[in-house]
Each structure stands twice: as structure tokens, then as C-alpha cells.
Design a protein. Structure first.
Length: 239
């Protein structure tokens, strides 16, 4: 059955504390709605702004594929496996938590906020040795196209995730550029910047999302100021 579920920016769960302004597309932390826990295999899609010099201290994860995409600023990562990186716009990061890992994520700047998206999908294998990967995809983002940023199914994806039924596509599109959204059972489109129109859906502004279920291929057209989008394509459901 085809469904088109538009979620406006202001309808998301919101965490607002002295160092963190976070908007959650799905149930997360203290926010819970049994009717809003995931879409397909996508479990978490957080839109975070972290204050200068602050961040998430050391905390654990297990059996989760975590992809971080920075929109503005710089995010510093450290983990219990000895990995360290500073993630900036255009640099894709993936952490496979596997049998268990602890990591911290701190704003690398003492003067400017960092704005990031963090997304989690469930893996198709459990108990693996934790892994970390980061790849610069800046050059691939210049062609008004969706690129496979993280995937367990696309051979040319920038980074690999342990989930054969999921792909994260990223697009930075100039005004008027068009792309075709994937034809998959579950598609989650998020407008990270700017605005866009999607045929059969309508107009979407920054922070808006649409959850497509068995909706077929749809055409997205970037608005007059262009847009940056994330698109998760998944072929299974967590139920």
C-alpha cells in the first residue's frame, strides 16, 4: 500500500538545553511515541546544533551502523578503539558499533557551533569487531546529483555499512536541478538546507521530511536557493 507521510520541521521531537539544540525525526532518548519509532531500517535521524567547546561525552553503542554528516562547523570524534577524527562538511563518517564501542563527539571549535545530522540504521550482522571510516566526498557533490554516501548494496558508495538493504544518498543541488528519488519500499527524504518540490508530495522547506512507502520513483526539484538533502532507501522493515 502506497503511503506519503509528510513531517514538518516543527513537528519533530525537540531537545533544547544549554549546549544542544536537537531535533529528532523519530523517538529518541526521553522522547517516545510508539507510532514514530522508525521508517524501514532507519531508526534515528537527529538534526543537532552543538555549542562551541561542548558535546557528547564518552558513551556506549552496540550493534548499530551510525553515519554522521556535518552541515557546518567541525565535530571531533574519539573512541575506545583508538580512532580519532575531525569531521567537517563534505567528509562522510561511519562507525559500526558491533560488539560494543564507547565514543565521544565534541565541537572542535571554541568559538563556533557545529551543525550535524546523525543517522542510525540497524545492521544485518551482530557482534562484529567495531569499525570506523571517514571519506571526503566533496568532489562528488558538484554534479547536481544524488550520490551514494553510505551503503551495503551500492558498489560505488563512499563508505560501507553492514546492512545490505540500506543506502544513504546525499545531494547538494543548485536552483532548479532535478533528481529522481529511489524506487524502494521505504524512502526517507530530509531537507537539510533550502527547499524543494517533490511530485505528488508538494513543497518541502528546511527541516521538513517525507516518508514514502511503496510510492515509486518521484522527481525532486530544488528550490530557488538550491537544497541539500539526505535520502535513505531501505528494502526491509524493522517490524
Amino acid at each position: 500500500m502506497t503511503t506519503i507521510d509528510v513531517r514538518r520541521a516543527g513537528e519533530r521531537f525537540h531537545t533544547d538545553i544549554d549546549w544542544l539544540d536537537s531535533w529528532h525525526s523519530f523517538s529518541f532518548s526521553d522522547h517516545y511515541d510508539p507510532k514514530n519509532t522508525h521508517h524501514g531500517l532507519l531508526l534515528v535521524h537527529n538534526d543537532d546544533v552543538v555549542a562551541p567547546g561542548r558535546g557528547f561525552g564518552l558513551h556506549p553503542h552496540r550493534d548499530m551502523e551510525i553515519v554522521t554528516w556535518v552541515l557546518d562547523g567541525a565535530l571531533e570524534h574519539r573512541d575506545s578503539e583508538g580512532n580519532h577524527g575531525v569531521i567537517t562538511p563534505g567528509l562522510a563518517q561511519r562507525m559500526s558499533a558491533g560488539r560494543g564501542i564507547r565514543h565521544s563527539e565534541e565541537n572542535a571549535s571554541a568559538t563556533e557551533s557545529v551543525h550535524l545530522l546523525q543517522m542510525w540504521v540497524v545492521p544485518d550482522v551482530s557482534g562484529i569487531t567495531p569499525e570506523y571510516e571517514e571519506v571526503d566526498v566533496t568532489d562528488r557533490l558538484r554534479d547536481d546529483a544524488l550520490i551514494p554516501l553510505a551503503s551495503g548494496r551500492e558498489a560505488d558508495a563512499a563508505i560501507r555499512i553492514h546492512q545490505k538493504d540500506a543506502t544513504l544518498w546525499i545531494g547538494r543541488l543548485n536552483a532548479g536541478a532535478t533528481v529522481q528519488l529511489p524506487d524502494a519500499p521505504f524512502v526517507h527524504l530530509f531537507i537539510a538546507r533550502g527547499d524543494a518540490d517533490v511530485d505528488g508530495v508538494g513543497h518541502l522547506d528546511t527541516g521538513d521530511a517525507v516518508r514514502l512507502t511503496d510510492a515509486g520513483a518521484r522527481t525532486l526539484t530544488a528550490g530557488p536557493n538550491g537544497t541539500e538533502v539526505t535520502v535513505w532507501e531501505t528494502y526491509a522493515d524493522m517490524r
